[in-house]
Design a protein around this ligand. Structure first.
Ligand SMILES: Cc1ncc(COP(=O)(O)O)c(C=O)c1O
Length: 387
C-alpha cells in the first residue's frame, strides 16, 4: 500500500479562466496598468449588474467599508449597529471612520443579525445599521430598512459574501442605501484583492471618488488622458484605495461567470445538506422564511451538543487528512481590543459566542469535483462518528 497522502482539498479556490489571464497580459502590455480603462469597464459592468446603481471600485471591501462609512460624516462616538458574527473588518472600519460599533446578537437559525433586537439597541447617537449577509444569505432587509426609516438611520450593507444573492426577487445591491462588495480570492468573484461600493447618490459617488484617491477631485483618466489637464484640486485628505487595471482585468471576466459560479456553489451546498441531513452531531445552515436566493459563499455547519469532538480538534483532524477547513468566525466581541475599549463580555452575545465556538467552513468552490466532495463527507463522517 502506498503512503502517499491524498491531494490537498482547499476550503476555497478561485476560478481564473484563460480569458482572464490573457486580459491581465493584455493589460500589462497596454501601457496602462493602474486605475484606467479596464477599471472603468469593470465598474460599468458592476453598475449594469446592480441595475444602474453606481459601482465604485476600491482596493478591498475593507477600503470600501471605510470609505462608505466616512461618507456618513460620523461625529465622535456616534453609533453603528452591527453583528458580532462577522470578519473584524466590519467592526474595525466603524472605529476607523470615527464611530462606535454597537452589537446586536445573531438569530441562531440564520446566523444573521437578529432584527427583533435592533430597535432596543438604538440610542440618540445611533447613525446607521450595518447588516452582514452572512455566508451569502441575505439578512432580513425589509425589516432592517423599515427600522432605519422609522428612526432616520442610514444602512450600510456589508455584502462581502453576498454579490449575486437576492432578497425577495431583487438582487442584493440593486436597491437600498449603501452596499460594499469584496473581490478577495475566496469570495464569489475575485480580482486578487478588491472591492466595490454601490450607491445611487451622486454626492456619495463624488465623495468615494475623492476618498479613494487622495481627495483629488479628478480621476487619473481625466488628468492624464488625451486632452486632460494636469491640474487638480484636493477637496479633503483622501486615501489610496483605488483598484488597478491589472486587478480589474480579472473582474471583467469573473463577473459574467458569477451566475455559473453560484449555481455550482448551490449544487455543492445542496449535496452537503442532503449528506448531513440526519447527522445528529451537526446543526446545518437554515433558511429564513422570506424569499431569497443564497450566494453560498460559505457552507458553515456547527457542532451540536451530540458531537463527541470539539470544533478545533475537528479542524485539525480534517487538516491531517489533507482537507482545508475554515473558521468563519470567532465572535468579534471576544477580541481583546474591543473588550478593553467597549467593555464587552463574552456572555453579552450568547448566540454569536456559541456559534463562534462551534462553527466551521467546509470546502466549497465552483470547480470542486464530486469525488472531492465525497472525500470531504466521508472524512467528516469518520472523524465525527468514530472517535
Ligand atoms: C463579512 C466581511 N466583511 C468584510 C470583509 C473584508 O473584505 P476584504 O478582504 O475585501 O477587505 C470580509 C473579508 O473576508 C468579510 O468576510
Amino acid at each position: 500500500m502506498s503512503d502517499t497522502p491524498p491531494p490537498f482539498i482547499p476550503f476555497s479556490k478561485p476560478n481564473i479562466s484563460e480569458a482572464a489571464i490573457e486580459e491581465v497580459v493584455s493589460c500589462l502590455r497596454s501601457g496602462w496598468i493602474t486605475s484606467g480603462p479596464r477599471m472603468q469597464r469593470f465598474e460599468d459592468m458592476l453598475t449594469a449588474y446592480h441595475e444602474g446603481r453606481r459601482a465604485l471600485c476600491v482596493s478591498s471591501a475593507t477600503a470600501g467599508l471605510h470609505a462608505a462609512l466616512l461618507t456618513l460624516g460620523l461625529q465622535s462616538d456616534e453609533e453603528i449597529i452591527t453583528t458580532p458574527l462577522t470578519f473584524v473588518a466590519t467592526l474595525n472600519t466603524i472605529v476607523l471612520a470615527g464611530g462606535k460599533p454597537v452589537l446586536v446578537d445573531i438569530d441562531p437559525t440564520t446566523l444573521n443579525i437578529n432584527v427583533n433586537q435592533i430597535e432596543r439597541a438604538i440610542t440618540p447617537r445611533t447613525r446607521a445599521i450595518m447588516p452582514v449577509h452572512f455566508a451569502g444569505l441575505p439578512a432580513d432587509l425589509d425589516a432592517i430598512y423599515s427600522i432605519a426609516k422609522k428612526h432616520g438611520l442610514r444602512v450600510v450593507e456589508d455584502c462581502a459574501h453576498a454579490i449575486g444573492a437576492s432578497y425577495k426577487g431583487k438582487r442584493i445591491g440593486s436597491f437600498g442605501d449603501l452596499q460594499v462588495m469584496s473581490f478577495h480570492p475566496n469570495k464569489n468573484i475575485t480580482t486578487g484583492e478588491g472591492g466595490a461600493v454601490i450607491t445611487d447618490s451622486i454626492d456619495t459617488v463624488y465623495a468615494i471618488e475623492c476618498l479613494r484617491f487622495h481627495g483629488i477631485d479628478r480621476t487619473a483618466a481625466e488628468r492624464m488622458g488625451k486632452g486632460g489637464s494636469q491640474y487638480y484640486d484636493v477637496v479633503g485628505p483622501g486615501y489610496k484605495y483605488n483598484l488597478t487595471d491589472m486587478q480589474a482585468s480579472l473582474g471583467i471576466h469573473q463577473l459574467p461567470e458569477l451566475g455559473n459560479y453560484i449555481e455550482a456553489r448551490t449544487r455543492i451546498a445542496k449535496r452537503y445538506m442532503e449528506a448531513f441531513a440526519d447527522w445528529p452531531e451537526l446543526v446545518l445552515p437554515a433558511a429564513p422564511d422570506y424569499a431569497h436566493t443564497h450566494a453560498w459563499h460559505l457552507f458553515t455547519p456547527r457542532l451540536s451538543d451530540k458531537a463527541a469532538v470539539g470544533r478545533d480538534w475537528l479542524i485539525e483532524a480534517m487538516k491531517r487528512e489533507n482537507i482545508g477547513v475554515g473558521l468563519h468566525y470567532q465572535a468579534a466581541h471576544v477580541f481583546s481590543w474591543y473588550r478593553r475599549n467597549f467593555g464587552w463580555q463574552p456572555g453579552d452575545m450568547p448566540n454569536a459566542l456559541q456559534a463562534g465556538e462551534r462553527i466551521f467552513s467546509l470546502p466549497l468552490f465552483p470547480t470542486m469535483t464530486d469525488g472531492e466532495q465525497e472525500r470531504v463527507i466521508k472524512t467528516l463522517e469518520k472523524i465525527l462518528h468514530k472517535r
